[in-house]
Design a protein around this ligand. Sequence first.
Ligand code: GAL
Length: 400
Amino acid sequence: MNMVKYLFSIFFILNFFCLHAQKFEELAQTPPMGWNSWNKFKCDVSETLIRETADAMVASGMRDAGYQYIVIDDCWQIDRDKNGKIVPDPERFPSGIKALADYIHSKGLKFGIYSCAGTLTCEKRPGSHGKELMDAKTYADWGVDYLKYDWCFTDGLKAQEAYTTMSKAIKKAGRPMVFSICEWGLSEPWTWAKNVGHLWRTTYDIRDWYDGEIDGNFLGWSKILDKQVGLEKYSGPGHWNDPDMLEVGNGRQTNTEYIAHFSFWALLNAPLMAGNDLRSMDRETIKILTNKEVIAVNQDKLGKQGYKIHDDGDKELWLKELDNGDYSIILFNRSSENQHISAHWEMINPQFTSSTFMVRDLWEHEDLGEFKFGFTALVPSHGVKMIRITPKDKNKLVVD
Ligand code: GAL
């Protein structure tokens, strides 16, 4: 064997062991970031779309900003063969799923797939009920790194049991996979799923709206936001509340609303799963999805979810504590007029009343200076001001 071949073999062997050395329990130490086909494409998925999306994730700078997982949602599967093994749609995925996973890995990205705890998926494709171990092994063989697991056609099943069955199957299959629980919050998975999966949906499906709700089944992001209040204590490294995937760039909201949506998902430690067409993004959409200062709030290693600290109807303040002692604050204007909103430092902690913080604007990427007592900004209708604040003098934070 010549030297180059020898070095390549060593590289691949090390790579293999590094990948497999990471245990289920060690995954998703920060909220997963990636893309999922559902919000934009529904059942119109194919290997061409997925490959082009991986290419676009790299070319747009999203991979460099931290996005990793490319997840095909429902409708990739069509049948089971005579041995019960799941069969991908041969017209839409003629090269097979393994080849697609290899392609995505070759781009330095990770690959995810979708199934359902019921007999059928929500789009009536074969579900995994009774075939959990066989499916988990198939996914492991294909090189799957992430499984989103839905909750349709589950009559008579108990969520905790059904998700535990698949969680054990994944562990047995031996390939580390992020396990995304999608049962819409019905059984309050935040109370039981910490050691079963890495994230759990907290509500029914998001729609590309600022506001609005249809029958409680489809919700605009600000409606979903309201349902996150009180869930913050259940989230942390390796186990995240999932308020559903992003709608940024899907066209039915203003950029102001998309900036607010992305800011809140970052502050809530939500998985940042883009749900738009990455192949045809305008510059503003790329700017929103790749804002590194906002992403840093989401990926902060303390893993403490943000929460609401003030609400007077139209004006809200939300706070997230960060690992280095900084805070991130969102000033949110729900009204239809632009409004001034104030954050008083005593709202963070009564002892901070007359403290001084340095304020940085995370969307303008600008240091705004030192502020004693608090900070006020003009916030656009349906928009936010998102800041990061650093105590001027940590030793003098409490009294002045
Ligand atoms: C829903 C789920 C969506 C999507 C869809 C696929 O139950 O909440 O995110 O996965 O099923 O059919």
